[in-house]
Design a protein around this ligand. Structure first.
Ligand code: NAG
Length: 279
């Protein structure tokens, strides 16, 4: 493949930035357009920044790869029945495609393209993509973005889409639960609030790609109305205690969810840990 000189990449970025909504000097929309930010993977290679822009959501992905970058929304957190966008810079040319997957995880190009590229850049280590989409696209192949917690799925590959094709083996990928429209406020002080721990007993972390561990707990009985202000969503701010504590194991525990249930469920025996394994 012919190598393009570095200035060709910069020019690609500039042209693209000017094609966007009045964006500034070659850097794409200013970082202030993305007030929220999260690292999606355990290795710090995939950063997502985002912000609401009227009836649309603006996203900026900064990923440590020169290959393709994938991002999606999925009800289950898996690659099946997901709304997916894939982009990158290949041979100096930015690309961004709206896809979806069926229940068998087969990737299909969405006939209605709802993700709009605003900026793309590649340097010697990273790919940066900025794009936007409407919260509600009226496309049955897309997921609506609502106030609720959504499961975002992420992926990246060392090759670009043209070269790697739709074979996603060899990609790094995962999932994270986020509230895109209503992110948790940082300033809530938790020092004086009562709290309780939910502790899994002796869960071995299996040497497998993905394990979902599901545990039910009875929470302490309260006699007045209370609100849970900080369910454990991210192992970086809610402490997960692993014994023995080993860093590689901590990296494997990527997300936690808390759901509530009540009524007759409370009368049933609480199972000691259900798990399902994928892949
Ligand atoms: C490439 O871009 C990323 C993301 O902006 C930045 O963190 C990194 O330092 C850049 N690398 C080089 C070699 O400029």
């Amino acid at each position: 493949m012919r190598r393009l000189p570095a200035w060709a990449l910069v020019l690609g970025g500039l042209l693209c930035a000017y094609a966007g909504a009045g964006a500034g000097a070659g850097a794409g929309p200013a970082l202030q357009s993305y007030p929220h930010s999260a690292v999606l993977d355990g290795a710090g290679a995939y950063r997502m920044r985002w912000g609401r822009r009227g009836s649309a959501l603006a996203l900026r992905l900064e990923v440590r790869t020169r290959g393709y970058v994938g991002f999606g929304l999925s009800a289950s957190g898996s690659m099946a029945s997901a709304d997916i966008v894939v982009g990158g810079v290949e041979g100096g040319q930015p690309y961004l495609q709206d896809y979806f997957t069926d229940e068998n995880r087969v990737l299909k190009k969405d006939p209605q393209q709802d993700y709009h590229l605003e900026y793309a850049m590649e340097n010697s280590t990273h790919t940066i993509l900025a794009f936007s989409r409407e919260l509600h696209t009226c496309d049955t192949n897309d997921k609506s973005i609502t106030e609720s917690t959504v499961r975002v799925i992420w992926a990246y590959h060392h090759k670009d889409m043209g070269e790697a094709g739709q074979n996603y083996h060899g990609s790094n990928r995962g999932t994270k639960s986020l509230r895109l429209l209503n992110p948790e406020r940082e300033e809530v002080s938790s020092a004086s609030l009562p709290y309780f721990d939910l502790t899994n007993k002796d869960v071995p972390v299996p040497d497998k790609d993905t394990t979902y561990w599901c545990q039910m707990f009875k929470i302490p009985v309260q006699h007045e109305k209370h609100h849970v202000t900080k369910p454990m969503e991210d192992h970086r701010d809610a402490e997960i205690h692993l014994q023995p504590v080993e860093e590689p194991m901590l990296e494997q525990v990527s997300w936690q969810d808390l759901s509530s249930c009540g009524g007759s469920m409370l009368e049933q025996v609480v199972p000691e840990g259900l798990h399902s394994v994928e892949e």
